[in-house]
Design a protein around this ligand. Structure first.
Ligand SMILES: [Cu+2]
Length: 367
């Protein structure tokens, strides 16, 4: 049984670390040291850093740096504030993109202005709790983890500092995704190459904000202060908010996603904690990797796709009509009442062949 303070300090992860067997040396350090290195500057979602879709050369060591930031985030239009925990200041954390066979080398920084230990569990990696055992950093520390990208697809990463800290850090914002592309790029169901013109990363989060006796959401001064109350709400398994990119309305209005008729957009959608079901109203998923793993052929022409909690999926769509498309979690209560709605604003020419209002609304005609 942990005390509250021990729980906050991630004792479970520390114990797991102490119990680890000694590491055996990898044989190919010299080979890895001889690989080209590329430093990647991450960008905040829904945008994604520049990357090649087809790798131009052989494997590289891809260097990333992420700074963990504990900070207040306003999550709805009523000013409800979550004392969030984030990778690089955004919810979700940035999408990382590499190719199969590359090495991901992450410097994870936990500044001394933070109050809690954190780490990172990459679902894309192999061993040591996805790297979680090797990356637990206290405030004022940094760590460098390297893992080999052996499997292609979109994969969640999240904080997992042990015990009750795991779900609390995840529902406080600490998740993101990595996309590991095949070296020769994405393929359709026939094995033929497909490319995208744009890529957007939509991270979906369920939040559990405690209410006061009048039913109003409580704003706490720090994450730790709200911990006990939030756990009670979490145990009810009923989120108060289900949002894309950290807040209700984060991807609508001025922040709507943009595309043009004829453009193919790749949408990466992650949910680190809970199932979801993306749906593009007025469009489709042309090629959908529901489970997000590119070794499997994509499904075609989906209306709605299913993202398992703890995974990231990917879908392409070539826009054929202009207008505003809502991209939602098609539990429509979650989309409309709880916040899981984004908008695509698409420019271009309307195609009457695909759809036409043959007669505008008017009086009911009688013969
Ligand atoms: Cu954390």
């Amino acid at each position: 049984m942990f005390t509250r303070r021990q729980a906050l300090m991630g004792v479970a992860a520390a114990a797991a670390l102490a119990a680890m067997p000694p590491l055996t040396a990898a044989a190919n350090e010299a080979d890895i040291a001889a690989l080209p290195r590329e430093k990647v500057s991450l960008v905040a979602p829904p945008f994604v850093h520049d990357h090649e879709q087809v790798a131009a050369g052989g494997p590289k060591v891809m260097e990333f740096t992420m700074t963990i930031k504990e900070l207040p985030v306003v999550i709805d239009d009523e000013g409800t504030t979550l004392q969030a925990m984030t990778y690089d200041g955004s919810i979700p954390g940035p999408l990382m993109v590499v190719h199969e066979g590359d090495y991901v080398e992450l410097t994870l920084i936990n500044p001394d202005t933070n109050s809690l230990p954190h780490n990172i569990d990459f679902h894309a990696s192999t061993g040591a709790l996805g790297g979680g055992e090797l990356t637990l950093v206290n405030p004022g520390e940094q760590v460098v983890l390297r893992f080999k990208a052996t499997r292609t697809g979109t994969f969640v990463y999240h904080c997992a500092p042990g015990g009750p800290m795991i779900p609390w850090h995840v529902v406080s914002g600490m998740s993101g995704a990595i996309m590991i592309l095949p070296r020769d790029g994405l393929k359709n169901e026939m094995g033929e190459p497909i490319t995208y013109d744009k890529v957007y990363y939509v991270g979906e989060n369920d939040f559990y904000i405690p209410r006061d006796e009048n039913g109003h959401f409580i704003n706490y001064d720090s994450a730790g202060e709200g911990y006990g109350d939030m756990v009670e709400v979490m145990r009810g398994l009923t989120p108060t908010h289900v949002v894309f990119n950290g807040a209700k309305g984060a991807l609508t209005g001025e922040n709507a996603l943009k595309a043009k008729v004829g453009e193919t957009v790749l949408i990466v959608h992650s949910q680190a904690n809970r199932d979801t079901r993306p749906h593009l109203i007025g469009g489709h998923g042309d090629h959908v990797w529901e489970a997000g793993k590119f070794a499997n052929p994509p499904s075609k022409d989906l209306e709605t796709w299913f993202i398992r909690g703890g995974s990231a999926g990917a879908a392409t769509y070539t826009f054929l009509q202009p207008g505003i498309y809502a991209y939602v979690n098609h539990n429509l209560i979650e989309a409309v009442e709880l916040g899981a709605t984004a908008h695509f604003v698409v420019e271009g020419d309307w195609d009457d062949d695909l759809m036409k209002q043959v007669a505008a609304p008017g009086p009911i005609q009688t013969n």
